[in-house]
Write a protein that binds this ligand. Structure first.
Ligand code: ADP
Ligand code: MG
Length: 470
């Protein structure tokens, strides 16, 4: 039961969150605030620091992988033979011209688990939230459309205000918005054509529009750089090439920022595909370029959990630190080593569906299979389709209580939190010129919810408030 004082605190926070522009559209078109938490997350300081330190090496890994076309082709082309969306993406390469400048704006997502869970197999319950033995496990690295730099920066400001009014604990300073906007502005200036713009590639019916508009507004306020918003289909109709430059609505596009193009829904017709090809054929700086987008695919993530592949791209020291953060990943057609001997991953999964997440080659939430849905799907996956799916050990994130506010309703729930680190990396001809960690995102969701999307209403935006004592 909430006291009158708590109710007033929550009601005021809801108004403040709207005032800060932390908004989203509901499926019926109504405007509401984005889900947010009023219980900033606490974590172990050493894990927090390791996470931040690994951002730049992870970005560099993605740049290197993206510049290894044979490696990408070797692992993705067999899947493209059965996955028409991946095939279409690979086909976009046909008109690609070499763009020697690469800007990566990525978000690397993790859960905090407890080592005890991994070492003590008898312990089937998630361990208590204690600093000892806290380990980070990577969920995935998003190379395309790393969302929430605006909304999370605004929530951080609001949580900071509430701290100063003695209503919340102190939160860790966080401003990915400035970092991302600075990187975009630098890239636009680097492109070297005056009055050029940034093209934001958007989905036909975007629900998370305020995160994008906030970023665009900040580009204007801070740098007077204009943005143009278009779907891929609109880019086909409204765009053209002029002396190698992409020109949209008569404006030269220095930077093309993808907040779409990673799901089949963004390609409703052939025109959208042509829109993407037009971008590829120009010299605009793409965030990310196709090779970086492909480097972030789940198949590539799975392959890179194997040391023999990973060590081709990073030093031994970094490889060791990366491997510490990886959950076990397999393809469905792999033979894996289990306590019952060597068995096919598909067979093992059918007996242990709750221990894994089954992932197709898709981004953007809502595509993965959990528990009983895995059991329904497995029998309908044909043998030749198995290689298109990745099996990932389910990370047993350490639970904690959190006051969650979704569409005006507040509730304290047993939750888990997913922590993302934003990373920005600028490279020229494969040489990294600028590479930095750019702050964090926390998404807190009820423990019984599988998927993580904020805009889908599964998870609440959150900040980090200090550290658990070590
Ligand atoms: P997407 O590209 O669709 O965002 P993710 O791999 O990030 O795919 O998975 C979506 C959500 O599913 C995550 O945000 C997380 O909440 C949950 N999830 C994914 N992988 C795991 C895992 N190995 N263990 C536990 N939860 C997971
Ligand atoms: Mg994700």
């Amino acid at each position: 039961m909430q006291t009158q004082e708590q109710k007033e605190f929550i009601q005021n926070a809801i108004e403040q969150v709207k005032l800060h522009g932390i908004l989203k559209y509901l499926p019926d078109g109504k405007l509401t605030h984005a889900p947010f938490s009023l219980s900033p997350y606490t974590m172990t300081e050493s894990v927090f620091e390791e996470m931040a330190e690994l951002t730049a090496p992870f970005s560099e890994l993605m740049i290197r992988v993206s510049r290894s076309p044979d490696f990408l082709a070797h692992h993705l082309e067999p899947i493209a033979a059965i996955d028409t969306f991946l095939k279409m993406l690979l086909d976009c390469r046909s008109r690609e011209v070499t763009q020697n400048r690469q800007l990566l704006v990525q978000r690397n997502d993790f859960f905090i688990a407890n080592e005890k869970h991994y070492t003590d197999k008898q312990n089937s319950h998630p361990a208590e939230k204690t600093p000892e033995g806290a380990v980070m496990r990577q969920v995935e690295l998003n190379t395309v459309s790393a969302s929430f730099p605006f909304l999370i920066t605004r929530l951080n400001q609001l949580h900071k205000n509430l701290f100063e009014q003695n209503k919340l604990p102190e939160v860790i300073q966080n401003n990915p918005l400035d970092a991302v906007v600075d990187a975009f502005a630098h890239a636009v200036q680097n492109y070297g054509i005056s009055d050029s713009v940034m093209l934001v590639v958007v989905q036909p019916d975007e629900k998370n529009i305020f995160d994008q508009l906030g970023l665009e507004q900040h580009m204007w306020v801070k740098y007077k750089i204009a943005t143009v918003r278009k779907t891929l289909t609109e880019i086909h109709t409204d765009g053209k090439l002029r002396q190698g430059h992409l020109v949209v609505d008569d404006k030269t596009v220095a930077v093309t920022y993808y907040r779409a193009g990673y799901t089949p829904d963004d390609f409703p017709a052939q025109e959208a595909f042509k829109g993407r090809q037009l971008i590829e054929a120009s010299s605009t700086i793409q965030v990310p370029d196709l090779a970086m987008q492909l480097s972030g695919m789940k198949k590539i993530q799975q392959v890179l959990t194997k040391q023999e592949y990973l060590s081709d791209f990073v030093s031994e020291e970094i490889s060791g630190r990366f491997l510490q953060t990886f959950a076990k990943m397999h393809t469905l057609d792999e033979i894996i080593n289990t306590p019952e001997g060597d068995v096919s991953a598909a067979e093992w999964l059918s007996k242990h569906p709750d221990d894994y997440v089954l992932k197709p080659q898709r981004e953007g939430g809502g595509n993965n299979y959990f528990g009983s849905d895995i059991l329904k799907l497995l029998p309908v996956i044909k043998k030749e389709e198995q290689k298109a799916y990745i099996l990932m050990e389910k990370i047993q994130a350490v639970p904690h209580y959190s006051l969650q506010v979704v569409n005006g309703q507040a509730e304290t729930l047993n939750c888990v939190s997913e922590i993302g680190r934003f990373g920005i990396c600028f490279a020229e001809n494969g040489e990294v010129k600028n590479n930095r960690d750019a702050g964090y995102l926390v998404r807190t969701k009820a423990i019984n919810v599988n998927e993580g999307g904020v805009c889908a209403g599964f998870a609440c935006l959150n900040t980090i408030a200090g550290f658990d004592s070590e």
